[in-house]
Design a protein around this ligand. Structure first.
Ligand SMILES: [Zn+2]
Length: 299
């Protein structure tokens, strides 16, 4: 399904689910309030670094995470962190309150598991072992299918705890690991758990939050050179009948060396001051963790 078709379909379907932004009546095609664009900086720690094997490596990256948290807090912005299993093991060994502190600061966490030895359920359990119980946001398992042969979303939806309660209610950031092509949807919708997952199902139990990535292999990573034009374009084309969402993929390893990290934080400061803060002050963008976005969408 092409993006435009999907967006229209979702917008039409969502009117009846309460999962939409401002909706105007049929005789009034102009919404009274301009729709808001919900955004977040998604940041991953990838297992290629093996954070749990070297305390100094872990500490360097954990400090970078704390600095990022402070920087974002200063601007009322939101960071949603997906620590891989090795980072969580580092937390367990050397820094047991790191992730609970992150949540207590009002920032977000999601369960992040690529196509590796540990799946989403395992990483979710590891999060619980460091005080983050019941994280409901899933990112990973992209090649998996549900037990009945259903799609990726069927797989995510089927994961349960030992009491039979579903682990996840929301999924984010789909990228085909074979082609590296990211999903291009740009709204919150209820994915189908059979057939094509990116087709809205008004009765679906899961939510998906689109990133507004372009459908180009490898795209989606944070690129300061194109951030403003990308968001400007999106802001000029918001869907008035849906909840509009946008996020990129930042990586903790970009902050692993102090000099690079300081330069990157300076660039963030510039983006906040010149571009992001004015948009937020004008009410055109709304920072929200994935959890906060899901709550708005489900409302
Ligand atoms: Zn990742």
């Amino acid at each position: 399904m092409k993006t435009e078709t999907l967006t229209t379909y979702i917008a039409l379907s969502m009117i009846g689910t309460g999962c939409a932004g401002p909706v105007s009546g049929p005789e009034d095609p102009t919404p009274e309030t301009a729709p808001v664009l919900y955004i977040v900086s998604m940041m991953h720690a990838e297992e290629s670094i093996a954070f749990h094997q070297n305390e100094a490596t872990y500490e360097r990256h954990a400090s970078a995470l704390e600095e990022q948290r402070a920087l974002f807090a200063k601007h009322g912005a939101r960071l949603d962190f997906g620590p891989d299993w090795t980072f969580i093991e580092g937390v367990k060994r050397w820094d047991p309150t790191q992730l609970t502190d992150h949540l207590a600061a009002g920032q977000g966490l999601h369960t992040h598991a690529h196509e590796t030895q540990w799946d989403l359920a395992n990483v979710n359990e590891r999060l619980a072992s460091v005080g983050v119980e019941g994280n409901s946001i899933a990112n990973g398992g992209f090649l998996e299918e549900g037990p009945d042969g259903s799609n990726w979303m069927g797989y995510v939806s089927s994961l349960q705890d030992s009491a039979g309660t579903p682990l996840f209610s929301t999924a984010i950031g789909f990228k085909n690991p074979q082609t590296q092509i990211p999903d291009t949807s740009a709204t919150c919708f209820r994915p189908s758990v059979d057939g094509d997952w990116d087709v809205h199902d008004p009765n679906g139990r899961m939510l998906y939050l689109g990133s507004n990535s372009s459908g180009v292999a490898g795209e989606g990573a944070l690129d300061f050179e194109t951030l403003r034009s990308w968001m400007d374009d999106r802001l000029a084309n918001l869907d008035p009948d849906a909840m509009n969402t946008l996020y990129w993929h930042d990586s903790l390893h970009m902050y692993g060396q102090e000099q690079d990290a300081a330069a990157r934080r300076a660039r963030w400061e510039q983006e906040f001051d010149e571009y992001l803060d004015p948009l937020a002050d004008a009410g055109l963008i709304q920072w929200a963790t994935f959890q906060e976005m899901a709550a708005v969408c489900a409302d």
